[in-house]
Design a protein around this ligand. Structure first.
Ligand SMILES: Nc1ncnc2c1ncn2[C@@H]1O[C@H](COP(=O)(O)OP(=O)(O)OP(=O)(O)O)[C@@H](O)[C@H]1O
Ligand SMILES: CC(C)(CO)[C@@H](O)C(=O)NCCC(=O)O
Ligand SMILES: [K+]
Length: 256
């Protein structure tokens, strides 16, 4: 069975794939110093809690944080006796090669989203991922990643306001009651909520105009449903897109 690991700058997600469905999904915060033994203690406790008994034979890792890969490799080797596939490394091929400027190191999460979205929807897509950063990935007709957009993430923007302005509190992202806030918290939430809806809508319109072909927009990341409530941003929302992409890339490499 496959253990797929998606390590973002904020959160690390483990999911067990039995070939047809994800049996369980486990989430922890990302720490570069977490050891292989610490991963296993956390993993085995939760797997036991959920009553899951599986034999992990394969591990695939996508990590936007290069420093965590070492300990995750040790984890895979020590506890499952396997050499993990690491997206972005030369021994892990992509179904379709990206077309970007020479020397660009594209975030593995974006390559994985591209592979997952293409497998489900075919090409001519914009994938919008609300993670630590808010990214758009453009998937060409043939499934290649051909570029995109990196904007600050929603929570990062709220945190930046709080950090930089003495009078602004820490607030969570949510749908504000009105656009015109009548207190500080509502004003901040409005700025971020409606601001990001405008940002995503504006970017998608401009991408479509530049790309000059009809495109479908796929939303992913934990905050996609929240933003979808406020506007018609996405054709589809898929909370498991990155995980799905990991299974696609794993399959592709297994089949040679
Ligand atoms: N209604 C909500 N309000 C606030 N936060 C939310 C809400 N729904 C989901 N989230 C948060 O959104 C985040 C989405 O997780 P996701 O994996 O998409 O990105 P991330 O973990 O923040 O970023 P990265 O993948 O870059 O580490 C989670 O941290 C989750 O706590
Ligand atoms: C943009 C993020 C932080 C989004 O997770 C990640 O994909 C990343 O670190 N990318 C590297 C640069 C790039 O994708 O072009
Ligand atoms: K993510």
């Amino acid at each position: 069975m496959l253990l797929a690991i998606d390590c973002g700058n904020t959160n690390t997600v483990f999911s067990i794939w039995d070939g047809e469905t994800f049996l369980v999904t486990l989430r922890t915060s990302t720490h570069h110093a977490r050891t292989a033994d610490a991963y296993f203690t956390w993993y085995s406790t939760l797997v036991k809690h959920y009553g899951i008994e599986v034999d992990i034979t394969d591990v695939i890792i996508s990590s936007t944080v290069p420093r965590v890969v070492f300990n995750l490799r040790v984890f895979a080797d020590r506890f499952f006796g396997c050499r993990p596939m690491v997206v972005g490394k030369p021994d892990c091929a992509l179904p379709v090669a990206p077309r970007v400027d020479a020397g660009t190191l594209i975030g593995p999460d974006r390559l994985v989203n591209t592979a997952g979205a293409y497998a489900r929807h075919g090409g001519d897509l914009i994938v919008v991922d609300f993670g630590t950063a808010t990214t758009c990935d453009v998937v060409a007709e043939d499934g290649a990643y051909v570029g995109g957009v990196i904007a600050p993430g929603v929570n990062l923007s709220l945190e930046a306001l709080h950090m930089a302005a003495a009078a602004l509190p820490h607030v969570d992202v949510t749908t504000p009651p009105r656009v015109i806030g009548t207190n500080t918290v509502d004003c901040m939430q409005s700025g971020v909520y409606w601001g990001y809806i405008g940002l995503v809508q504006g970017l998608c319109d401009k991408i479509r105009a530049e790309y000059a072909r009809p495109m479908k927009v796929i939303g992913t990341g934990g905050l996609a449903p929240l933003f979808a409530q406020g506007a018609d941003l996405f054709d589809e929302i898929e909370d498991d897109l990155t995980m799905h992409g990991l299974t696609v890339i794993h399959d592709y490499n297994k089949k040679g």
